[in-house]
Design a protein around this ligand. Structure first.
Ligand code: HEC
Length: 148
């Protein structure tokens, strides 16, 4: 059942963004492993916190019509090690690449479509989280912004 939902979500997402797969996204950069948490967070957790911070900053920047570039370390989303080996299912890379595509679209957005392209980043977070890690979903939803 979850798989069917995942396929529909991906389908809708692909049709609303001009999906353009770039094979270089998989297996490129390696993760930044500096940890502020003494309990030793996973590479993927650390990366996710940075991704969250980037989205939150990008959200604030919308008010002044500015963009916040994302660090290239985000390209490690496909290779960063999760806390639990079984976290990633077979759709993980598809969701990760949708997120990277949404970041690219946001980077090239104009003043006219920036809010929409920003929301597409957050929707890409939500798409992956609904099938992989539902815990942070309420927190991520708060990043969405009402489009004008
Ligand atoms: C391709 C799938 C995927 C995408 C896209 C994704 N996440 Fe995650 N996220 C995960 C997984 C899997 C974990 C669990 C990581 C672990 O436990 O090692 C996670 C963990 C998190 C956490 C908890 C981190 C912690 O402190 O342990 C937050 C917050 C989070 N994600 C926010 C986001 C935000 C915000 C976005 C979009 C900007 C996003 N995620 C995009 C899969 C994804």
């Amino acid at each position: 059942m979850n798989k069917i939902i995942a396929i529909i979500v991906v389908g809708v997402f692909i049709s609303i963004t001009s999906y353009n797969y770039n094979p270089d996204w998989s297996n490129t950069a390696s993760a930044d492993t500096t940890d502020i948490n003494p309990n030793k967070s996973s590479e993927l957790s650390l990366l996710m916190r940075k991704m969250y911070d980037h989205a939150a900053e990008a959200r604030q920047a919308l008010a002044s019509n500015k963009k916040v570039s994302y660090p290239k370390s985000f390209l490690a989303i496909n290779t960063a090690t999760p806390t639990d080996d079984h976290t990633k299912n077979e759709y993980y890379t598809t969701f990760a690449d949708l997120y990277l595509q949404a970041l690219e679209n946001y980077e090239s957005s104009s003043d006219v479509n920036r809010v929409k392209s920003y929301n597409n980043i957050v929707n890409a977070c939500l798409a992956c989280h609904s099938s992989h890690c539902p815990g942070p979903v309420p927190k991520i939803k708060k990043l969405l912004i009402a489009d004008k």
